[in-house]
Write a protein that binds this ligand. Structure first.
Ligand SMILES: Cc1cc2nc3c(=O)[nH]c(=O)nc-3n(C[C@H](O)[C@H](O)[C@H](O)COP(=O)(O)O)c2cc1C
Length: 312
């Protein structure tokens, strides 16, 4: 007889509905952290993630930066992978080989509306359930936050993507912009279905013996525990002004971090560095902790705690 799933992997109390997607749990794998291998995306789902994000994919194949591209610092990781990817056509073919009806969200990047509009027709046959636009990578020229810091540009990009798909579109925003709330509002005003907050913070570290920057690109993005309070602040501010769901991302590794994001106004949370430090068991641990918190505090469903901290 098949072994019963542990409660935290199957409880309907954990299920959330975000932008029309029903997820079995409010925990997701953040974009890019396990690269582009479909079997690793599947492993995260089998480990309890309610959805998984792919690595960010662009119109054309792109080499990433040379090593070192990831370095541990005492408060998290610094990475500048450089958005290396096989291009949208080749990646779509890989995705078509994934069996089953799985909650996979594809992360996309591009230099402007033209590139995004060329990508959309190449994607419609893939089995993904939605898209997350990476308008927030802090270390690649001409894409990411360089386009995502301009609210007019964000509106144009979201508009062309929305015209190209009926699937939900999330916009991933950067803490490195002057006013993250304005960017989220611009995305919502042209039909974005959700906001993911946040991507990494632009940062750098220097090897004092070699007297040179450690990352080959010099600058990278800081992730992990150090950025959690920044992410919580962004989630709180954005969810105060938009009506679409906000997905919290940044430094979540313990169940209390996830609950904090939900209380700040996130409808679900993404985990990146937490997976690197804790392994795939992180999703089960988070789900179990959220479930325990709900029951200890007398709540029936995750939705009941979303944004609760705003009433103070
Ligand atoms: C090695 C690595 C690769 C990443 N690649 C991407 C990417 O391709 N697209 C993207 O939107 N974010 C990417 N990110 C950012 C994460 O998705 C996430 O926004 C960030 O790391 C903060 O979450 P965390 O503190 O849980 O890691 C990457 C992060 C890391 C550490």
């Amino acid at each position: 007889m098949a072994k019963a799933a542990p409660e935290a992997l199957s409880s309907s109390k954990l299920s959330v509905n975000i932008a029309g997607l029903t997820l079995s749990a409010p925990t997701m794998l953040a974009a890019g952290v396990v690269g582009i291998t479909p079997s690793l995306l599947r492993r995260a789902l089998d480990s309890g993630a309610g959805a998984v994000l792919t690595k960010s994919i662009g119109l054309n194949p792109r080499e990433g930066y040379r090593n070192p591209t990831v370095v541990g610092v005492e408060c998290g990781y610094l990475n500048a992978i450089g958005l290396g990817n096989p291009g949208v056509q080749a990646f779509s073919e890989q995705l078509k080989n994934i069996k089953g009806d799985l909650p996979i969200i594809m992360s996309l990047f591009g230099s402007g509306p033209e590139e995004f509009s060329q990508m959309m027709p190449l994607l419609e046959d893939t089995p993904v359930k939605g898209y997350e636009l990476n308008l927030s990578c802090p270390h690649v020229k001409g894409v990411g936050v360089e386009v995502g810091q301009d609210s007019e540009m964000v509106s144009k990009i979201v508009s062309v993507v929305k015209r190209g798909t009926k699937k939900p579109v999330f916009v991933k925003v950067s803490p490195n912009v002057g006013n993250v709330v304005e960017i989220a509002r611009a995305a919502e005003s042209v039909g974005a279905d959700g906001i993911t907050a946040i991507n990494t913070l632009r940062a750098m570290t220097i090897d004092v013996e070699a007297k040179r920057p450690v990352l080959s690109n010099k600058f990278g993005g800081l992730s992990g525990p150090a950025i959690r309070p920044v992410a919580v602040r962004c989630v709180y501010e954005i969810s105060s002004v938009v009506r679409i769901p906000v997905v919290g991302c940044g430094g979540v590794s313990k169940w209390s971090d996830a609950v904090e994001m939900l209380l700040a106004g996130a409808s679900a949370v993404q985990v990146g560095t937490g997976l690197a430090t804790q392994g795939y068991g992180v999703f089960k641990a988070l789900n179990e902790g959220i479930l325990r918190y709900l029951s200890e505090h007398g709540f029936e469903r995750v939705e009941q705690i979303v944004g609760l901290s705003h009433s103070f």
